[in-house]
Write a protein that binds this ligand. Structure first.
Ligand code: CTP
Length: 402
């Protein structure tokens, strides 16, 4: 059973119920959330109300149940519910609902509520195995995941008819636990965080560049975690391999010079700056106007490189009073103390307040879903360490800053 919410953690939660037989289990979801102390507003589709009655849902949620896009127009209900919500949970989410969410459709009240909300969205799919495994459903699920939607289940087991397999909606307790965790603590409300992520690219000619292996996953995870905890987040994206999260303002950059200009422009509007981007240290001194041709170049090509500006050191030198500057360091040093010593020297050299040090190698750190870091303060002391998936590492980094 879920713990009772403390006063400051009383969430306004929209429970979306769509038309599947598992709608009867959604009553359990709404009930567990109400008993945990949350303010629950049910948005049920017409289909859902064929499976479970409105009076049941109103009695359980202790609030009116909303269905119709054309009711409550004076109070702009089609967006008001979503704007007020701290969390939206859709259980069950049918294949049709999942497709509508992936396409961003706003044809019913649940669609407009989701689109008008910046709150975390958690969905619990429920359908027959063939529908769940269908390429269309799986592509829609992948789209939703890439936007930061949390998917609970489905489990495997007895389905509505005589069949059994994947597609059974998760149990209400599990849905509630995942949903409340997704809503996260709002301890960064009122804070503004500027995060750079990905890898810069320095052009050689119009078709080639010098780049690096950063995927942007750790920076994107930081942005996702910070938004979930209530911060206003701007992400400066240099060639990400992953989608930026929902609710984050995104600025795209290519080269180190563009990154520097964008970060300097935005830094004064943020109280914390996190430089998670992998920045090129050198760039070609000359960029060819046209494509370099083998015939013209010959058997070998020598590139002359020049240093790029140090973005982190520049932002640290220009920081506003009270602003916190956080750097990252990716090092190939194997020994933990040697890694710390390198980090200590780097945090001092750059003038940052914190440095997140991680070890990278041919197979570690880059493009992987997990990370292993130590967080140093300005004196080079270890304030915390974290390892695991990049989202939990992001939370530990934010804990150190909070
Ligand atoms: N960084 C930066 N501008 C650069 C290079 C790096 O802002 N031109 C930032 C990175 O975003 C990161 C931190 O500095 O937050 C450390 O990057 P790293 O590459 O580890 O440090 P370098 O100064 O490049 O030192 P090294 O010689 O170890 O590569």
């Amino acid at each position: 059973m879920t713990a009772v919410a403390s006063a400051d953690r009383r969430l306004t939660i929209v429970v979306g119920i769509t038309g599947g037989i598992a709608a009867y289990k959604a009553v359990g979801v709404a009930r567990a959330l109400v008993l945990a102390g949350h303010d629950v507003h049910v948005v049920a589709t017409e289909g859902a109300l064929r499976f479970v009655g409105r009076p049941t849902l109103e009695a359980i949620s202790r609030n009116p149940v909303h269905t119709n896009l054309y009711e409550g127009v004076a109070e702009v209900r089609h967006v008001a519910l979503g704007q007020r919500a701290d969390l939206i949970v859709i259980a069950p989410a049918t294949a049709h609902t999942i497709a509508s969410l992936a396409a961003g459709l706003a044809g019913d009240l649940l669609g407009t509520t989701v689109l008008a909300s910046r709150a975390p969205l958690v969905i619990a799919p429920a359908m027959h195995t063939e529908m769940w495994e269908n390429a269309a459903t799986q592509a829609n699920i992948a789209t939703l995941r890439s936007r930061g939607v949390t998917i609970v289940g489905p489990g495997s087991g007895q389905l509505t008819g005589s069949d059994s397999g994947a597609g059974r909606m998760s149990e209400p307790d599990e849905i509630v636990a995942v949903a409340v965790a997704a809503a996260g603590p709002r301890d960064l409300a009122g804070r503004s965080i500027l995060i750079s992520a990905g890898g810069t690219r320095e052009p050689l000619d119009p078709v080639r560049f010098l780049g690096n292996r950063s995927s942007g996953r750790q920076g994107v995870a930081l942005a996702r975690a910070a938004v979930a905890r209530g911060a206003r987040v701007t992400l400066v994206a240099a060639h990400l391999e992953v989608e930026p999260p929902h609710g984050v303002a995104v600025e795209h950059v290519g080269t180190t010079d563009e990154l520097l200009a964008t970060m300097r422009r935005l830094a004064p509007e943020h109280d914390t700056v996190i430089m998670a981007a992998a920045v090129a240290d050198f760039r070609p001194r000359e960029v060819a106007e046209g494509k370099l041709k083998k015939e013209a170049v010959g058997e070998t090509l020598t590139l002359e490189l020049e240093r790029t500006p140090d973005v982190l050191a520049t932002l640290a030198a220009e920081r506003a009073p009270g602003q916190r500057i956080v750097g990252f360091a990716a090092e190939t040093e194997a020994d933990a103390e040697a890694l710390r010593a390198l980090g200590a020297a780097k945090v001092a050299r750059k003038g940052a307040d914190y440095l997140v040090v991680n070890r990278v190698g041919w197979s570690e750190g880059f493009g992987t879903p997990t990370n292993d870091v130590m967080i140093l303060d300005a004196t080079g002391s270890v304030v915390s360490t974290a390892s695991g998936d990049k989202l939990s590492v992001a939370d530990r980094i934010l804990d150190a800053l909070a």
